[in-house]
Design a protein. Structure first.
Length: 273
């Protein structure tokens, strides 16, 4: 039985391994390029209201807050929120933030209104029911707003096990190995996540593979390269197939449709009344 993962027990280790590594740098770089596109799309609504759902220490949402936007960050882990508060304070951004200790499934109870942008990054793969959690967050996006979703890619996990020769593990259904505490409990199939978004009426604006080849490189160095070259190559390949669909994570962002003219007129009439 998969349960929602709380990182209270390894919050410091998690933050260091996720953000303080080459893997983390690639992830931050390519996803931020997408978020800049999203912010440009929404900039007429400045300052934006942003929800960082399951946001951990809020590395990317801090970059959003630096642009003057207002962020609500929620997390299931109280220890993660303490780390987030420390990091946000270091950047002088506490006035831009509201920190909420709750699971993503309950964050709607803490919001006064729908938001312009929801960030839901690397959370679904740790949840028992990722689909319902995503659907709950889609409800928090205002018409014309955007949701930014990053998830652990099932096909990337499968491909990694294939090239490592873990065929018995694959035949067993790739059960989560508890000794790998920082490895997500399961991968999500991109086609499922895309359909969850479009079935809710959202229009997918872009897709990006996060670490399309870095994690498949041999651990014993055999090639001639620098990390800067790896990062540049990831940036070049991450939005084109077949590399996109091999990303260890996939980032997809989608826009909620504007209200119909009838709905807008109804609201306008109500206001005028």
């Amino acid at each position: 039985m998969i349960e929602d993962r709380n990182f209270d027990d390894i919050a410091q280790k998690f933050a260091k391994n996720i953000y303080g590594t080459g893997k983390g740098q690639i992830r931050q770089t390519v996803v931020w390029e997408d978020l800049e596109q999203v912010l440009a799309l929404l900039e007429n609504n400045t300052p934006l209201t942003v929800l960082d759902a399951g946001g951990g220490v809020g590395q990317l949402s801090q970059k959003v807050a630096e642009k003057g936007h207002h962020v609500t960050l929620c997390d299931l882990s109280g220890e993660m929120l303490k780390l987030a508060e420390q990091e946000i304070a270091k950047q002088g951004l506490l006035e831009q933030y509201r920190l909420v200790h709750c699971p993503v499934q309950e964050v709607g109870e803490h919001l006064d209104a729908q938001v312009d942008l929801v960030m839901f990054h690397a959370v679904m793969e740790w949840l028992a029911d990722p689909k319902s959690a995503l659907e709950g967050l889609l409800d928090q996006v205002k018409p014309g707003g955007v949701i930014s979703v990053m998830f652990y890619n099932y096909h990337g996990l499968l491909f990694k096990n294939l090239i490592c020769g873990n065929l018995t593990h694959i035949e067993e259904g790739m059960p989560h190995r508890k000794r790998f505490k920082l490895q997500p409990q399961k991968g999500l199939k991109p086609e499922d996540v895309y359909s969850w978004l479009t079935d809710a009426g959202f229009s997918i604006l872009g897709k990006t593979g996060v670490r399309t080849f870095h994690d498949y490189m041999q651990t014993v160095r055999v090639g001639d390269y620098t990390f800067e070259q790896v990062l540049a190559m990831e940036q070049m390949l991450c939005r084109q197939e077949p590399y996109l669909s091999l990303g260890r994570y996939i980032h997809v962002y989608a826009q909620k449709p504007l209200e119909t003219n009838g709905t807008e007129k109804h609201n306008s009439d109500k206001d005028n009344g």
